[in-house]
Design a protein around this ligand. Structure first.
Ligand code: MG
Length: 383
């Protein structure tokens, strides 16, 4: 990475627009400070130790978990997001612990089978308030994890929860109180949350390209249609003319990530200096995010996303997987909805909660399943 910030900064010194450990809005259930760890370090640690985090290992990112040993899973995707975001946070003197915590929690709410699972579960829940993985991540950390005798959930800091809530409808925002306010007032989250969001996009665009080639669904010849890839591959080929194609592809993707992330650092640094927000609160009052790519890089990055959407996510073989996954989710949903007594203890709906609560309990149970467990349950469930 180039630039003036990085190595020259004083250790532990945050920019004035970063979220400071000392100014957190705190936790729903007040807790005393830890002698060795700051509040966001504790949030990160709570996320790493929770059950939903371990389940990410067996959940699909794009390619069905278990199909091949080298494809990304939700867990390795999550780690790549955190890696990219922490680099940028360190270069820009943002709160690295908060950034990492948000990244590690950002995909906790995904049901099995990636986007196919999300789409199917949302369809099943259409008459019961819908299903959205983002809100589900919040439900998990606020209520569903049961590890602490003193409270439900993980009792994370407000800023970590703010970062987990990436998007949300007006109706949902109203129900979420001060956490949902920014969606009603069209304001921004912290820089750390903005960064986790962009790092997510950078991570999946690049690793999906890599997995796409590995799977054989994408070929090098079609990939050179995407300019970011073409430029990086040409550079790699000129520099290492004798290298094997597979190594050059890896080198090209590595070069792409470096180029995009470097642009992100430099563009965001300039945007921060120009806007010069007084503090983290002033960042939230702005009309648009400050963590961003330059217009040229944004266009190249979007071109890559469009390429992946057309050639990979809508590939006929992916559509087959999509349909299969949808059938599993729908069968499980109607089975448990019609036989709530089959839900394991601890997953039963609250007494007297009505149909809405019954459906939500089923959605919570299914969303928590790994791909493998969902398939097992599907095979066992009577038709
Ligand atoms: Mg993600």
């Amino acid at each position: 990475m180039t630039g003036s910030g990085g190595l020259a900064r004083r250790a532990g010194q945050l920019a004035r627009w970063a979220v400071s450990d000392h100014h957190t809005r705190g936790r729903v259930h007040p807790e005393s400070e830890h002698p060795y760890r700051g509040p966001f370090q504790r949030d990160r640690d709570r996320l790493i130790h929770c059950r939903a985090f371990r389940r990410l290992m067996h959940k699909t990112q794009v390619f069905v978990a278990g199909e091949g040993d080298h494809f990304r899973t939700r867990l390795t995707h999550t780690m790549e997001v955190a890696q990219i975001a922490r680099t940028v946070a360190a270069c820009l003197d943002l709160n690295e612990h908060l950034t990492e915590a948000i990244c590690l929690g950002h995909d906790l709410g995904h049901p099995p089978f990636g986007h196919a699972g999300q789409t199917a579960l949302n369809r099943c829940m259409a008459a019961h308030g819908g299903f959205e993985h983002n809100l589900q991540a919040l439900r998990i950390v606020d209520r569903l994890e049961r590890r602490y005798p003193a409270f439900e959930g993980l009792n994370l800091c407000w800023e970590t929860r703010e970062g987990l809530l990436k998007h949300c409808s007006r109706r949902e925002a109203k129900a979420l109180g001060d956490l949902g306010e920014r969606f009603l007032r069209r304001r921004q989250p912290s820089l750390e949350a903005q960064l986790a969001n962009v790092a997510d996009e950078i991570a999946y665009n690049h690793h999906d390209l890599d997995d796409g080639i590995r799977s054989g669904l994408l070929s090098h010849d079609e990939m050179i249609e995407a300019r970011l890839y073409r430029d990086a591959y040409e550079r790699a080929r000129r520099r290492y003319p004798g290298s094997r194609r597979s190594v050059l592809v890896a080198e090209a993707i590595r070069g792409m990530i470096d180029r995009v992330v470097s642009d992100l650092i430099e563009t965001t640094r300039a945007a921060l200096e120009a806007a010069a927000p007084e503090n983290a609160g002033a960042v939230r009052a702005l009309g648009r995010p400050l963590v961003r790519l330059s217009p040229e890089m944004q266009e190249l990055h979007e071109e890559l996303a469009r390429f992946l959407s057309a050639r990979l996510y809508h590939h006929p073989r992916m559509k087959q997987e999509f349909a299969k996954a949808g059938a599993v989710i729908e069968t499980l949903f109607s089975f448990y909805f019609n036989h709530p007594g089959q839900l394991p203890p601890g997953h039963a709906p609250k007494e007297g909660g009505g149909e809405q609560a019954a459906a939500r309990a089923v959605a919570d149970y299914i969303a928590g399943m790994t791909d493998r467990f969902a398939r097992q349950r599907f095979e066992e469930a009577p038709a």
